[in-house]
Write a protein that binds this ligand. Structure first.
Ligand SMILES: Cc1cc2nc3c(=O)[nH]c(=O)nc-3n(C[C@H](O)[C@H](O)[C@H](O)COP(=O)(O)O)c2cc1C
Length: 171
């Protein structure tokens, strides 16, 4: 698929048809994710991959977005690792770069998914505490959940939402 097609193909999908995203496709998404730019070669992020539909539904419920999660068969949680970036970049690494590393990894995962015909949704609104408890991660784990990507299939893609004019993005 041409790069421009991949970009146009990626659209937020809320609610899926339950068709399984194959293990090979999840692996491909992760391999694209891994190529995301990252500050100082630190890759100051970690992920959890879930394929269990009950667990996915539980996170959806905690996020108050049950219907949007319905039918998704894989989910990736992206965690920032503040200290990993902080040890090299100090406060800028701790407060910003690690979050940007995780954010870019999430964006690349979505593009990787679009390239192979897998639909996705970025979920930023979720219950952090619930997520940390579910994965048995305490403060000592040193990770901060910043984003979730849902993966799934749909029969028909939704229309793309509108965008500001380029001139309105100039500051
Ligand atoms: C940081 C961030 C947080 C988001 N959180 C949510 C969310 O919690 N739930 C949701 O349905 N969409 C969420 N989205 C998806 C956006 O709503 C979506 O990307 C935007 O409306 C543009 O539409 P498009 O992705 O189809 O181009 C989030 C996107 C970003 C980048």
């Amino acid at each position: 698929m041409e790069f421009s097609e991949v970009i146009k193909n990626r659209v937020s999908v809320r609610g899926y048809n339950g068709k399984k995203v194959s293990d090979e496709d999840v692996q491909e998404v992760l391999e694209v994710m891994q190529l995301a730019p990252n500050a100082g070669h630190k890759q100051a992020y970690r992920i959890r991959v879930l394929k269990d539909e009950a667990e996915i539904a539980r996170i959806g419920k905690g996020a108050g977005q049950e219907e949007r999660f319905a039918g998704a068969t894989a989910l990736i949680v992206f965690f920032a690792v503040p200290e990993e970036s902080g040890e090299r970049f100090g406060e800028r690494g701790r407060g910003l770069y690690c979050v940007q590393d995780a954010t870019l990894a999430c964006a690349y995962a979505q593009l990787g998914a679009a390239a192979i015909g897998v639909s996705s949704l970025w979920v930023g609104s979720f219950d952090e505490e619930d997520l940390m408890n579910m994965f048995d991660l305490g403060e000592d784990a040193g990770v901060l959940p910043v984003a979730i990507t849902l993966l799934g299939h749909v029969d028909e893609k939704p229309e793309r939402s509108g965008r500001k004019d380029l001139k309105d993005l100039m500051v």
